[in-house]
Design a protein around this ligand. Structure first.
Ligand code: GCW
Length: 701
């Protein structure tokens, strides 16, 4: 009897162990199912040789050994020599640097019967090791691994919006990973797992705390905690940065103000920088949100963004630190156009920043909407390195109930043409520094990680973290190829599953746009929480936090006129870029209501009136979620059951939300258009009042 119970428990344990909770992300390293490819790599699995004892190189060795042992099902011995005997893998730090590999690139080659991973630096070896692992994981034939790769952007960075109390601003995957109260003494093993996940996709910089920053991070007490994290990240090639509160000299230093031209204030920062670098010698620098949404800044004292940024830049310059100054600024002006705010405040300072200042610009002119045109600042600041700020966390994209693959959104912005130096001046070329020869290049993503067991809340949102890293490394990768890699490593290598999931991912963002903000609508979501529809929002603490400010619906039509007769935000772009959007008749439909106030009855290129097209998008968008649900249901048995069930549940929730959006928006805009819901769609069964009440349950305030 006892024996039977034991057997039963063992069986149960093995079943439990089998269920996948998503913790391992894309780094599962389960035995490679493709036996022929596995055999190809087994031919190189006798040893891993290395010639560097640097901690980062040692990480590469350890990761490669752990990963390959799992994937190939074989113990692999380590060898501390540069041996090039056949049958193994050599991690080889070049004794003479190879020019085209730069400081972080790597080369993979098969030579004399062994795989050779070579690089000029330990970080290069680490990225080479992860690249080889990726090839094995995705069952790439060994004959196809050769080649080199170098990152296009220098700092590939996550911005965590984590607070000292353990919450995360706009975080939808649990609490902060950083346990401030336990640090620096206790090191949660998750810190290391976070670092390895980042390193595996090429991320080499992390801002730990929210840009709405507590001054506390500048205290010695907290800096020691930060050092503890930096020590965990360093062997993974990751540098730590902090967001700073501009008023820290007043708050912590008891100075009378934080005026950047005040000598005592400048001295306070000089001393602070010395203290920080004394504790964390390879500290990266500061990220600053100043004079934005109530945060303190130089303008509080009649000074400029350049005055503020340069003061901090001077303080960190002796230590090779940098200052990343955010351009996310806008003033409450009912007559103005928020679209133009960042451009108007920053463009005049081009050329006035010190060389170690980077200005970080959100991808679009407003705020991480499901679709935005690229910010007009890209291409307009040739003398100031501009960093890209993408948002990986889905603040306006349905939190962690919605499946939205963001690589198409990132690519759309990166591939857009600014025409700054003629055709082909893409945003990507601005960001990677090649267009204007910026000395520093940065791509940042606001992180979607948290304490949820699967890190990202929605399992499919792991793909957004992954895609961000891959694109920061190489913005020329296609969103489909990134999706494929991720699916093969995270979900399934079954050919039909792969195609189905990739197709779902590739269209998911467009589906989300259709059922929330089609045709260029924007910023009509629930106030404050930014969840669910609230197009009827008329009053708020600021006019530019309402919905009516953006959609401008009236009895004539819908949309924001940003042309010459309107706000003329279009005039901020290079004329060749603006040309594509400036005429209502040939403005691409995804951007139509961003730039034009269009009559309800106006015939669009689809042959339908604006009103009919709007309804069509809301209805087909919502139904597309139902289709995705069905397709996903068909994948049962093709992947881990727990993961499949979790995504199914979230898709069902997404469909419920899609119906809210559809009903809320068509009923609300109908009060202006006064037109019927076109066939074949049936009008919502609930009233506008009913949907308002329903949605209000979520708009806690
Ligand atoms: O997207 C908005 C968010 C704020 C955020 C701000 C910013 C950190 O709603 O929560 O604050 O942007 O980017 O500074």
């Amino acid at each position: 009897m006892r024996y039977k119970i034991c057997l039963f428990l063992l069986l149960l344990a093995s079943m439990v162990a089998k269920a996948d909770d998503g913790y391992r992300l894309w780094l599962k390293y389960d035995l490679l199912k493709n036996t022929s490819v596995r055999a190809q790599y087994l031919a190189y699995a006798q040893y891993i040789a290395y010639n560097s004892s640097d901690p980062v190189a040692q990480t590469a060795v350890r990761e490669l050994q752990t990963g390959l042992q799992g994937l190939l099902g074989k113990t692999i011995r380590l060898q501390n020599t540069g041996s090039a005997a056949p049958g193994g893998i050599a991690l080889n730090l070049n004794s003479t640097p190879i020019a085209n590999l730069g400081t972080e690139g790597y080369n993979l080659a098969i030579q004399n019967g062994h795989i050779n991973i070579s690089a000029n630096t330990p970080s290069g070896l680490l990225y080479g090791a992860f690249a080889l692992l990726r090839k094995v994981q995705t069952a790439t034939p060994a004959t196809q691994i050769q080649g080199s790769s170098t990152p296009k952007v220098q700092l590939r960075m996550l911005n965590n919006w984590d607070n000292t109390n353990g919450t995360i601003e706009r975080g939808y995957a649990g609490a902060s990973l950083w346990k401030w109260y336990e640090l620096p003494e206790n090191i949660d093993p998750r810190y290391r797992d976070y670092a390895r996940a980042n390193a595996s996709i090429g991320i080499n910089a992390v801002v730990l705390n929210n840009v709405n920053a507590s001054a506390r991070f500048m205290t010695r007490e907290y800096l020691l905690k930060v050092k503890a994290l930096a020590d965990v990240f360093k062997p993974y090639g990751i540098k730590v940065f902090l967001s700073v509160n501009f008023a820290a000299p007043r708050i912590l230093g008891k100075l009378k103000n934080s005026d950047p031209l005040e000598p005592a204030v400048r001295q306070w920062w000089v001393e602070k920088a010395k203290e920080i670098y004394g504790i964390i010698p390879d500290f990266g620098g500061f990220l600053v949100k100043a004079n934005s949404e109530g945060e303190p800044g130089p303008q509080d004292f009649g000074r400029t963004h350049a005055d503020g940024a340069n003061m901090l830049a001077e303080a960190v310059a002796p230590f090779k630190g940098i200052v990343i100054w955010r351009a996310f600024v806008y003033k409450a002006d009912p007559k103005g156009d928020r679209f133009k705010a960042a451009y108007e405040e920053f463009k005049p300072f081009d050329g006035n920043f010190l060389p170690n200042v980077v200005v970080q610009v959100k991808n679009g002119p407003i705020d991480f909407q499901p679709r935005e045109p690229f910010s007009p600042l890209f291409g307009a600041m040739p003398k100031t390195p501009l960093a890209m700020e993408f948002q990986i966390t889905q603040e306006y994209l349905g939190f962690s109930t919605n499946l939205v693959y963001l690589a198409p959104l990132f690519k759309e912005c990166l591939d857009a043409d600014t025409y700054a130096k003629g055709p082909g001046s893409s945003v990507a070329k601005v960001i990677d520094g090649s267009l204007h020869q910026y000395p520093i290049s940065v791509m940042a993503g606001v992180a979607n990680t948290g304490s949820d067991r699967n890190w990202c809340g929605h399992l499919m949102s792991q793909a957004n973290w992954y895609a961000f890293g891959r694109l920061a490394w190489d913005h020329q990768l296609s969103s489909a190829s990134i999706a494929e890699e991720w699916i093969k490593m995270s979900l399934s290598q079954d050919a039909t599953a792969l195609t189905t999931i990739r197709n779902i991912m590739e269209r998911s963002r467009e589906v989300y746009v259709d059922f929330t903000t089609p045709l260029g609508l924007h910023h009509i979501m629930g106030q404050g929480i930014h969840y669910g529809p609230e197009p009827w929002l008329e009053r708020s603490a600021r006019p530019d936090w309402t919905s009516i400010y953006y959609h401008r619906a009236d009895s004539i039509g819908l949309g924001f006129d940003r042309g010459v007769n309107g706000s003329n935000a279009l005039g901020l772009y290079h004329p060749d870029a603006a040309k594509a959007w400036s005429q209502v008749d040939n403005c691409p439909l995804p951007y139509l209501l961003w730039y034009h106030h269009v009559p309800w009855a106006k015939k669009l290129s689809t042959g339908r009136s604006l009103w009919d097209e709007l309804c069509t998008r809301y209805y087909t968008g919502a139904e597309a979620v139902a289709t995705i649900q069905k397709e996903w249901a068909g994948l049962k048995g093709k992947m881990d059951a727990e993961i499949h069930a979790d995504v199914s549940g979230r898709l069902a929730a997404q469909y419920r939300e899609a119906l809210w959006w559809r009903d809320a928006c068509v009923l609300y805009f109908q009060t202006y258009s006064q037109m019927p819901i076109p066939a074949p769609f049936t009008p919502p069964t609930r009233t506008l009042e009913e949907i308002k009440l329903l949605v209000q349950i979520y708009q806690y305030r």
